[in-house]
Design a protein around this ligand. Structure first.
Ligand code: SF4
Length: 275
């Protein structure tokens, strides 16, 4: 792929909510300026080296997507799935409107899907939606220019008395949060794969409030489970219910992972106030 100097891209929407399409358009604006990397968006798949697919693949779009893929020149014919929906079906994975060969229905349906069911995908850029920077990063990798043009820079969170040691380390002070920032950032990022960004911060805020309450109890693990169950019973939106359970599992995974680290590692990767 490194031999590709300039690539022409054809973008198709396989049934997205348009969130990903807006981010793809953003990448084309003068602010991000995808064309400076030699990328040009073309209106015809016959001229395209790369196919950008957004959306979870509906029954209506599957034939058009397959036709667009077949219309591309056979080499290099690279397909990039942009967004969580295009990567896995995303939040629409069990919708009746999607093309899915799984015999299961509803919540039993496996969380798989997306355009990979009808075309081979070469690169996934997950995120709901992926940010323009993530799309650019994916494209830069595709062109093999990332290694050539980017220099590694490491953001290190240090205790107040320590300074960065290596030249490419950049000091980063973590502000206080109700839960450690390290957990908060990871949960927020992971949550983006389950719910869209409209609900994300509200769901995360609710969850953090429950964590705060749970840690007032002697057995926070059981308490948090009870609190999430209570939330679960009141909430009507099944996506938010799923997101809450997901957050609970993720939170304990992070917590267990962190508390199992040795003291020196905990000093190296400190978390701030909270649990
Ligand atoms: S990944 Fe998110 S933003 Fe993109 S199409 Fe799916 S729901 Fe919309």
């Amino acid at each position: 792929m490194a031999r590709l100097k300039s690539v022409w891209v054809y973008h198709v929407d396989a049934g997205s909510c348009n969130g990903c399409d807006i981010e793809v358009l953003d990448v084309l604006t003068p602010y991000y300026d995808l064309e400076r990397l030699g990328i040009k968006v073309v209106p015809n798949p016959r001229h395209a080296d790369v196919l950008f697919i957004t959306g979870p693949l509906t029954r209506q779009t599957r034939i058009a997507i397959r036709k667009a893929y077949e219309a591309m020149p056979p080499k290099p014919r690279i397909v990039v799935a942009v967004g969580t929906c295009a990567s896995s079906g995303g939040i629409f994975y069990n919708s009746y409107a999607l093309y899915n060969t799984s015999p299961q229905r509803g919540r039993d349906r496996l969380r798989s899907g997306g355009p990979e069911m009808i075309v081979p995908i070469d690169m996934y850029i997950p995120g709901c939606p992926p940010s323009p920077e993530e799309i650019l990063y994916g494209v830069a990798q595709l062109l093999g220019i990332k290694e050539k043009k980017m220099k590694g820079e490491y953001w290190v969170a240090l205790p107040p008395e320590e300074k960065p040691k290596a030249e490419n380390e950049v000091e980063f002070r973590i502000p206080d949060r109700p839960i450690p920032l390290r957990y908060w950032l990871t949960l927020r990022e992971e949550l983006r794969r389950v719910v869209g960004y409209y609900d994300r911060d509200a769901v995360l805020d609710d969850f953090i409030a429950l964590v705060g309450k749970a840690f007032e109890d002697e057995n926070p693990r059981e308490k948090l489970h009870d609190l999430v169950t209570g939330y679960f019973l009141k909430e009507k939106d099944s996506r938010i219910k799923v997101a809450m359970r997901f957050l609970e599992n993720e939170f304990w995974r992070l917590y267990d992972e962190y508390t199992s680290l040795g003291e020196s590692m905990r000093r190296k990767y400190p978390v701030t106030a909270g649990v």
